[in-house]
Every structure is written in structure tokens, then in C-alpha cells.
Design a protein around this ligand. Structure first.
Ligand SMILES: [Zn+2]
Length: 267
């Protein structure tokens, strides 16, 4: 349903770290872009705590990954890596981006998990949505906190040179990418046709994933990563009778118009 009006973004994915989206919902973003929707990614941190590579390496890699996933806009805030906290200041920064991009659908990390940055990113972003919708709340611009990827492909005409905070906005729908947590998804998205390119987007983070000396033992080799990523996608695909899928949780009930059109075989 419905692209958001004019210049706005249909789907925004927010994640704690660069490369989270590539692992949890990148196939879905690519699929939506292929259907003509504008998509965007907001990473809350820039990856300066990573064992391998620098934040500058990560910026370059995130841009390349964004191109592969055909996103129209990608930015990274300057929240410290490993210290994603649900503070008033952080909520306002995220609210500023939400008001600017005005997404109809927001993908957040699932609200539970092993890494505190992931579940904190979830709660912080949810509460930022709430703030973004308060018309009397003045939200300061976030541009000085944003590192915006220089996307210049035909699909990335949507550029925000100067972020202007317009009127209040809340996403219509919030869904949670649940791959990092062992919870039964409410639905999965078939990414069979997008799986290989999603994997390439993940592999764009060469400083993280290329076979190399630094951090050996801590980081698995590319072949093993491929196997893990494939196993997860295959597992969620099997739940719905497709080859590869990405899992999501939604907190609202599903609404059905025609029960004969319900997908996924029961027996
Ligand atoms: Zn992460």
C-alpha cells in the first residue's frame, strides 16, 4: 500500500550498528526498492569500537552496501558505539531524522537481545517516534550529528543536503526485525530473489568480514559467514515454504479481508 507523499521515504530501517541492517532486514529493503518504494537506513553509531578497521572505513563500506541495497538515503548519527543509551538528547536526534524522512513504515531492531546497543536502539527509536509526533515539541536539527552517505545512483535522487525539521510525523507502522533474537516471527518476508545481493551488501564491509589476520579467531572466515547467514535465511524461509526469508515481529494483530488469499500452507 501507498508510497508516502512525494519526496518522503516509504520504509526507514533504524539500527544500532552499520552492518546490522545488512544482516537483519536488507533483503526486505532491497525488495521494497525493487517495487519502486524509496527506502532509507539510519545507523545510530559509526562503528569506532570495532576490532577491525576505522570509522572512516565503515563509512565507505556502509555507502557501498547502501548502493547494493538500492536505498535512497543512508545516514549515521554520532551516538558512541557500545553506548547506545535511551537519553532525551538521543531521542531528539532520532526524532529529527524521522520528521525529515517521514517514513510510512519503520523497521526497528527487536526489543530484546544479547547486545545492549540493539535493545536500547529499539526502545530509543520507538520513543523517538512518539516525540516526533508531538506537534508542540520543537525538535532541533540533527544535521551536525549526521554522517550522510554520498549516494549518487539513479535511485538515490532523494538527498537531504540540509536537514529541515518540518511538522510532526509518526510512522504509520512499526515492525521489528527479529533475526538477532530467538523469537517466533509474526511474519517473514520472502527474500529468495534478494538473498545473494543482500549477502554482497554484508560483504561490502571488507574491514569486518574479509579473511585477514587481525582478529583471527574472533571473526569467522567468509565461507563460514555465508553458511551461517544462509542457514538463518533458509530456516525462516522454511517456516513459510519459501527458500530464503527475513523474520519480523509486529505487535498489532493482523487484519484480513479475504481468508482465501491467506499465504503459507497449513498441512
Ligand atoms: Zn549490531
Amino acid at each position: 500500500m501507498a508510497q508516502s507523499p512525494n519526496d518522503s521515504i516509504a520504509v526507514l530501517a533504524i539500527a544500532a550498528h552499520r552492518d546490522d541492517v545488512e544482516q537483519t532486514c536488507g533483503g526486505t529493503l532491497l525488495k521494497m526498492a525493487e517495487r519502486g518504494y524509496r527506502t532509507a537506513i539510519l545507523d545510530l553509531t559509526r562503528g569506532e569500537m570495532g576490532t577491525r578497521g576505522t570509522a572512516a572505513d565503515r563509512t565507505r563500506e556502509a555507502t557501498e552496501a547502501a548502493r547494493i541495497l538500492r536505498v535512497s538515503w543512508r545516514g549515521a548519527l554520532d551516538i558512541p558505539d557500545g553506548r547506545v543509551e535511551n537519553t532525551w538528547e538521543n531521542r531528539l536526534m532520532v526524532a529529527a531524522v524521522i520528521r525529515t524522512l517521514r517514513p510510512r513504515v519503520l523497521i526497528l531492531p527487536y526489543e530484546k537481545g544479547r547486545h545492549p546497543d540493539h535493545y536500547n536502539a529499539s526502545k530509543l527509536s520507538y520513543e523517538a517516534c512518539f516525540l516526533a509526533g508531538l506537534s508542540k515539541l520543537e525538535v532541533p536539527p540533527a544535521e551536525e550529528h549526521l554522517d550522510i552517505a554520498p549516494l549518487d545512483s539513479a535511485n538515490s535522487k532523494f538527498e537531504i543536503q540540509k536537514l529541515k525539521i518540518s511538522t510532526a510525523h509518526r510512522p504509520f507502522k512499526i515492525i521489528y526485525a527479529s533475526l538477532y533474537y530467538d523469537v517466533r516471527p509474526t511474519f517473514v518476508v520472502d527474500i529468495t530473489d534478494q538473498f545473494d545481493r543482500r549477502f554482497e551488501a554484508l560483504m561490502a564491509y571488507r574491514s569486518q568480514y574479509e579473511d585477514q589476520q587481525a582478529g583471527r579467531g574472533l571473526f569467522p572466515a567468509r565461507a563460514e559467514i555465508r553458511q551461517r547467514v544462509e542457514t538463518m535465511a533458509r530456516f525462516y524461509g522454511l517456516l513459510a515454504g519459501v527458500t530464503y526469508a527475513e523474520p519480523f515481529v509486529q505487535h498489532e494483530v493482523g487484519l484480513v479481508e479475504d481468508i482465501t488469499a491467506l499465504p503459507v500452507k497449513s498441512i
